[in-house]
Write a protein that binds this ligand. Structure first.
Ligand SMILES: *Cc1c(COP(=O)(O)O)cnc(C)c1O
Ligand SMILES: [Zn+2]
Length: 366
């Protein structure tokens, strides 16, 4: 059975409802048996990303079947008719219209397996809507801490699922601190997409699907980096595919940040091991406006190990990218346009295959 292991000091803990970080303050990963990816098992469970359940440390069969809403298996499509080798993965085609459903489905299934009656989450928006939805599905009470500047549409979506919205003034970090205080006071499960490593077991499926659709690894993945939950999930699963000898090299990870809130890009440039929190100037890309990403060390390691790089996006580039994508038929939320803006700035080699995620649906932006 898997355990939690501290990323900083190596201490191990049993997986319980209340444990979410190390006594030393470090982030917890999962200490688990090495994964051997076996594509021949993928036809066992059709119609959702749980077809990859054999690659997850997941001894709660019977539970995920009660929680799944058919998330995953999103289309991988050519960007347009004139840019061969560039693909979009339409990850807004999800039950709550963002890729966060990949992580939330697994995390809430785990919370249910552990017997959680209530969960608390904090979010810049989409993780909150996703956790609220899956909690409702699982019959678990849910409080979501959000900034009072979160888009009204996302707030309405959270409330519609019956979750209690706690609006917190101030920064994204203040929102997280309020949620963590409530977790301590109430002694409930912290359904954090940042701290809880089971979320990454879900986002891993993003890469399995790309592998399956391409029959291998693409050369390059463009991925947004706020807290890095899609980025790390994709990195871990391509590593598992490499270790299982199903691919012979990792795709390069091109990480995208808003120039106004770019702690990871700055640390990458300076050669630092971890990010120093920045004073964010604010950005239209609310979903990646993370001034102090808690897993910065892991994100930087992932980008460096894949020989990747960071691209930062200016505010004016975000809107024009959104308009240009809509002209190709894809209507994404404002944050997601940054991914396409990064592609426009990326110096792609002839024939290089690139996958761009369309992370959130256009209707989510106010
Ligand atoms: C959450 C989110 C991101 C950023 O993901 P991180 O896990 O914070 O790196 C980007 N775009 C959209 C639409 C999101 O919902
Ligand atoms: Zn520790």
């Amino acid at each position: 059975m898997e355990q939690y292991i501290c990323n900083a000091c190596g201490r191990k803990y049993e997986v319980t409802r209340s444990r979410w970080k190390c006594e030393c303050g470090g982030m917890l990963d999962l200490d688990k048996a090495a994964v051997t990816v076996r594509p021949e098992t993928w036809t066992k469970f059709p119609n959702s990303m749980f077809r990859y359940a054999d690659s997850m440390p997941f001894e709660c069969s019977g539970i995920w079947q009660q929680v799944t809403m058919g998330e995953g298996l999103t289309p991988l499509l050519p960007l347009d008719g004139t840019t061969p080798d560039v693909y979009v993965k339409v990850d807004y085609m999800m039950p709550t219209l963002s890729f966060k459903d990949r992580g939330a489905a697994v995390l809430i299934a785990k919370a249910k397996a552990l017997g959680a009656a209530k969960v608390i989450a904090d979010s810049s928006g989409n993780a909150g809507t996703s956790i609220a939805s899956y909690s409702a599905r699982a019959g678990i009470e849910c409080d979501v801490y959000l900034s009072d500047t979160t888009s009204q549409k996302k707030m309405a979506q959270v409330k519609a699922h019956g979750a209690n919205v706690r609006e917190i003034p101030g920064s994204r970090e203040a929102v997280a601190a309020a949620a963590q205080q409530a977790v301590a006071d109430e002694g409930v499960f912290y359904a954090s997409h940042v701290y809880n490593p089971y979320f990454y077991e879900g986002t891993k499926t993003y890469a399995y699907e790309i592998f399956e659709a391409c029959g291998g690894a693409p050369d390059t993945l463009i991925i947004p980096a706020g807290n890095g939950t899609l980025l790390l999930g994709a990195y871990y699963s391509f590593k598992e595919l490499l270790d299982s000898r199903l691919i012979d090299r990792l795709p390069r990870i091109i990480a995208v940040q808003a120039a106004n809130v770019a702690p990871l890009a700055l640390a990458f440039e300076k050669g630092d091991k971890a990010a120093t929190p920045v004073e964010g100037k604010g950005t239209l890309a609310e979903g990646i406006a993370i001034a102090a990403p808690a897993r910065s060390k892991q994100i930087l390691e992932a980008v460096r190990e894949t020989n990747g790089e960071f691209i930062t996006i200016e505010e004016h580039e975000i809107h024009s990218a959104r308009t240009a994508l809509a002209a190709k038929g894809y209507y994404v939320e404002v944050t997601s346009a940054a991914n396409y803006a990064a592609h426009l700035k990326y110096d792609r080699a002839p024939g290089e295959t690139v996958v761009i995620p369309l992370c959130g649906a256009g209707m989510k932006s106010d």
